[in-house]
Write a protein of this length. Structure first.
Length: 183
C-alpha cells in the first residue's frame, strides 16, 4: 500500500507541476522567438500563465528582451516539484544539490520540448504537408531557430529534409549528458 501511495503521489506531483512548468517554458520560448500571440494556442498559454507571472513581473523586469520572470517562475516551480518528489520518496537532499538538480531537470525538460516539437513537425509533414493549423505554426516558430543551423549543415537531399535527424542526435546526446552534469 505504501508503494502505491508513493507512486500515486509521485505521479500527481510530476503531472501537475510538469504541465504548468511546460506552459511557462512555452510562454518564454514563444516570447523569445517572437511568435504570433494572436494564435489561439498562444492565447491559451498566455491566459494560463498570466495570473502567476504578472505579480512576479512587477518585481523582476525583463532584461534585453528576455523574460526573466518566466525563467525564474519555471525554475522555482521545478525546485518545488523536486523537493516534493524527494520528500514523497523519503529521500533527503541538501538545498544546494536540490537547486543544482532543478537546473538540470529544467534544461532536460526544455530539450524534451524541442525533441517532441520537432517529432510532431516531422510527422505532420508526412501526414498532411502544407496545411495550416495554429499548432503547426507555433511548432514551426519554436523549432526554426534550432532547425535553421541544422539545415545549413545538412541541406535537403533530393527533396528530403534530413536535418531533423541531425537535431535528434544532438538533442539525445544532450539529454544523455544532463545526468552526468546535474546528477
Amino acid at each position: 500500500m505504501d508503494n502505491f501511495l508513493v507512486n500515486a503521489g509521485t505521479y500527481l506531483i510530476s503531472t501537475l507541476f510538469g504541465l504548468y512548468i511546460i506552459i511557462v517554458i512555452l510562454r518564454f520560448l514563444l516570447q523569445l522567438v517572437r511568435a504570433d500571440f494572436y494564435n489561439p494556442l498562444s492565447q491559451f498559454i498566455v491566459k494560463a500563465s498570466t495570473p502567476v507571472l504578472n505579480p512576479i513581473r512587477r518585481i523582476i523586469p525583463g532584461l534585453f528582451g528576455i523574460d526573466i520572470a518566466s525563467i525564474l517562475l519555471a525554475y522555482f516551480l521545478q525546485v518545488i516539484e523536486n523537493a516534493l518528489l524527494f520528500t514523497v520518496k523519503g529521500l533527503s537532499i541538501s538545498p544546494i544539490l536540490l537547486l543544482w538538480h532543478s537546473i538540470g531537470s529544467l534544461l532536460t525538460l526544455v530539450l524534451y520540448i524541442y525533441f517532441f516539437a520537432i517529432l510532431v513537425q516531422v510527422i505532420i509533414s508526412w501526414v498532411s504537408p502544407g496545411t495550416y493549423n495554429p499548432a503547426t505554426a507555433l511548432i514551426h516558430h519554436i523549432t526554426e531557430p534550432v532547425m535553421r543551423p541544422a539545415r545549413k549543415i545538412l541541406p535537403p537531399f533530393s527533396g528530403f529534409d534530413l536535418s531533423p535527424i541531425l537535431v535528434f542526435v544532438v538533442l539525445n546526446l544532450l539529454i544523455m549528458f544532463m545526468p552526468v552534469i546535474f546528477g
